[in-house]
Design a protein around this ligand. Sequence first.
Ligand code: PFF
Ligand code: NA
Length: 453
Amino acid sequence: MTTNAQPRTQWLGRWGFILAATGSAVGLGNIWKFPYITGEFGGGAFVLVYLACILAVGVPVMMTEIALGRRGRGSPVDALRRVIAESGRGSAWSLLGWMAMLCGFLILSFYVVVAGWSFAYLWKMLSGGLAGSSVDEMAAIFGANNASPLNLGFWSTLVTVATMVIVGKGVQAGIEKSVSWMMPGMVLMLLLLIGYGVFSGGFPAAVDFLFSFDAGRLSSEGMLAALGHAFFTLSLASGAILTYGSYLPATTSIARTTLSVALADTVVALMAGLAIFPVIFANGMSPSSGPGLIFMSLPLAFQAIPMGTLFGILFFVMLSMAALTSSISMVEATVSWLCDNKGLSRRSASWGTGLVLWLVSTLAMLSFNVGADWTLYGKHFFDWLDYLTSRWMMPLGGLGMVMLAGFVLKSESFREELGLSPGWHALWLFMVRYVSPLGILMIFVDALGITRV
Ligand code: PFF
Ligand code: NA
């Protein structure tokens, strides 16, 4: 157990936590993944299920995580250990803290590769490296970018270094300061892009695609993807939100804060859809082109329209910022744990973490070139990282945390931290005891292949 001689750092400004947690939530998940999985799973019906998952699973889990972080005032490992000890329960539950910390780290080791794509594409937009006249030519550019380990490694290393520089400066001077200008900047750019989308001619088609509910297109596969994405998009069970919660002042309302973050994340995902699909539809392209949607179809679409390069640059600047404000949150748990337990300075803790991260992410990056056939059960290393974290570690961690909060820990702890009226508290308890666990169990059923034919 650490000695808590010094009080824990807290967010400096009134908006510190909201900006940082929204920065963590809003990322590649919203702008890269949400539009393409919405495209794959058929639009409006998927969006509706996704919204239900955010409300039924995402919000209760996020409230629980912030409460655990603030109550325990530490990294996931330390915070959980304290809260569990306070309730006099067995330490096996502390494994949840270790798993969350590891999960954030593992997500980052493949996230920096995708974020690296974004930086590489920003550079290509600026230097005219994206000239191509068909989807095939764009696919060739994407392929060439991945084929060279030196090139791909350069961009993911750049993201790793940028992340570690920010985190190394500390919670207030690094994380809080950087999100306080990157987040407003990002939203401004997104608004400009939507404005552009409105005039591109494809806007009505995009609105129709995102919001018209066609129950016939609802698949069980789509529902499970929506549930898994709810965890990823809100940064849950990865130590990020819990650790940011450990810096939350005692008087801030956890429920209100959670609702703002979840709402902002959802609005940005929908806004990203409204910025991307009009351009896609205006060019008569398909919305269901998969992970390459924003790296192949979109740059091609930008080329075909007036001032497309300018808006293309804006798009990749925005995407890169969104990725960075997320990546810093994924290592904060580890860095905070190292500082509190190993007596390291912020700076050494982040460079140490960054070095290990760099080794793992290099292996992930090699999956796209020299390591393409280093596979195990048909998946290469990059896919394994994604699969293990989003299919197993996040749902399992989320399940553990709601069970811990709902059935194991003293209920006074949560009554005090959440400070809700009796009616709202009862609703939260019902959600964490029954609704969220059942939703999460559905993911496991799918991962085990029980629903597959
Ligand atoms: N929420 C981020 C996104 O949507 O891109 C991803 C993420 C961030 C996952 C932080 C996990 C995490 F700890
Ligand atoms: Na997100």
